[in-house]
Design a protein around this ligand. Structure first.
Ligand code: URA
Length: 211
């Protein structure tokens, strides 16, 4: 399914790891490891078009012109708690990135989100912000996180996800049309409790063994 503003990271390694994560008998340890690994692979794609500049360097053999990253530096903004599962993999690839923590939870009755923690770098407006939300389900949490990051000064924002629902993408894009999404898959639909089907269950619970 081709969706405007959405990049499906269809690399075979990502798809294979996602299938392992979906299986209900996958252990907490494996689930956590796989989420970290997919975090790195999704980060690779989210940053694919970062601008480069040419600098003059000397190898042990001779001088040369070589590319290095130019322009905006990165902020990774995991939405607590499941966003933390992809963060370490992303930091493995971009270790100098700053981190903004966004503490939001879904009220199970209303499915609306409630903020309980927010801390972002002061220069967030000068950086490319990659919001990490493994499960873009209703879209409410991602919308609130991007609202909050914009309020804090963020101007250049992308979403890094693992799984999205079509409903969540459509709602998110209605609120934040300029924010592109990278995800390993777009699933069939949401159920009445705001869970993605076929999905993989509750990512936070599966990462931390809280159910
Ligand atoms: N959050 C999850 O962890 N899983 C879902 O299916 C939806 C939201």
């Amino acid at each position: 399914m081709a969706l405007k503003g959405v990049t499906i990271v269809d690399h075979p390694l990502v798809q294979h790891k996602l299938t392992l994560m979906r299986k209900k008998d996958t252990s907490i340890k494996s689930f956590r490891q796989l989420l970290k690994e997919i975090g790195a692979l999704v980060c690779y794609e989210v940053t694919r078009d970062l601008p480069l500049e040419t600098v003059e360097i000397e190898t042990p053999m001779q001088a040369m012109s070589a590319p290095q990253l130019a322009g905006k530096k990165l902020v990774f903004a995991p939405i607590l708690r499941s966003g933390m599962g992809m963060l370490d993999g992303m930091l493995d690839l971009a270790p100098a990135a700053r981190v903004a923590h966004v503490g939001l939870y879904r009220d199970p009755a209303t499915l609306e989100c409630v903020e309980y923690y927010f801390k972002a770098p002061a220069d967030i407006g000068e950086r490319l912000v990659v919001v990490i939300d493994p499960m873009l389900a209703t879209g409410n949490t991602a919308i609130a996180a991007v609202d909050r990051l914009k309020e804090a000064g963020a101007r250049s924002i992308r979403m890094a996800c693992l799984l999205c629902s079509p409903e969540g993408i459509s709602k998110f894009q209605g609120h934040h049309p300029g924010v592109r999404i990278w995800t390993a898959a777009v699933d069939e639909r949401l159920n009445d409790h705001g869970y993605i089907l076929p999905g993989l269950g509750d990512a936070g619970d599966r990462m931390y063994g809280t159910r």
